[in-house]
Design a protein around this ligand. Sequence first.
Ligand SMILES: N[C@@H](CCC(=O)N[C@@H](CS)C(=O)NCC(=O)O)C(=O)O
Length: 228
Amino acid sequence: MAEKEEDVLLIGSWASPFSRRVEMALKLKGVPYDYSDEDYLVTKSPLLLQLNPIYKKVPVFVHKGKVLLESHLILEYIDQTWTRNPILPQDPYGKAMARFWAKFVDEQVTLIGFRSLVKSEEIDVAIKEAQELITYLEKEITGKMFFGGETIGFLDMVVGSMIPFCLVRGWEGMGIDMIPNEQFPELNRWIEKIKEIEIVRECIPNREKNIEHMMKIVGRIKAASKTA
Ligand SMILES: N[C@@H](CCC(=O)N[C@@H](CS)C(=O)NCC(=O)O)C(=O)O
């Protein structure tokens, strides 16, 4: 249970990269929190619907009665509220670029590399398009230990929760080797590196269960595209 003086509740889902990254930040900062898991593909709790009536999505973060939505904003709030172990760069340019790449991953890579790819009838073309985007991340991580520099930061949490521990599981389920070592050596090195970090390891969903979950999402995207 969270200590009363922190009074933090996270409503998340074991399979959601958006809530996993929030847990990574809370663990890195050593903030105790209560957690409520949503099986959002099946149902949504009255509390989730009450606290996020606009999007009806996880994560929902509640600190001392204040409700925050949207994982990037939640991460920034956590960073500014518990200032130990900073996760965002301190300089304005570094901070802006971390936000830029985080948006790129959550919006572009997810759209082109997953939603469009699942619907595509030309899978090889779709894979190539996704890999073109991932090449930007390969360049970004080259010469750095982590996206955040010497230590894990905001962008590592966003990319880490989304690519290796979410999209890769979906690609695996579809039989696609999207980020082969020969083509993306730096990204693969970084993936191995973050897997060694305890607060990341604690937040990695079970692989088999996650592949199964991602394949349910694949099924939903395909079904929706047929009725569209
Ligand atoms: N932009 C949001 C995305 C959150 C999101 O898409 N959450 C998914 C889980 S991975 C969800 O709750 N989906 C429920 C639904 O779509 O009905 C964030 O960064 O927090």
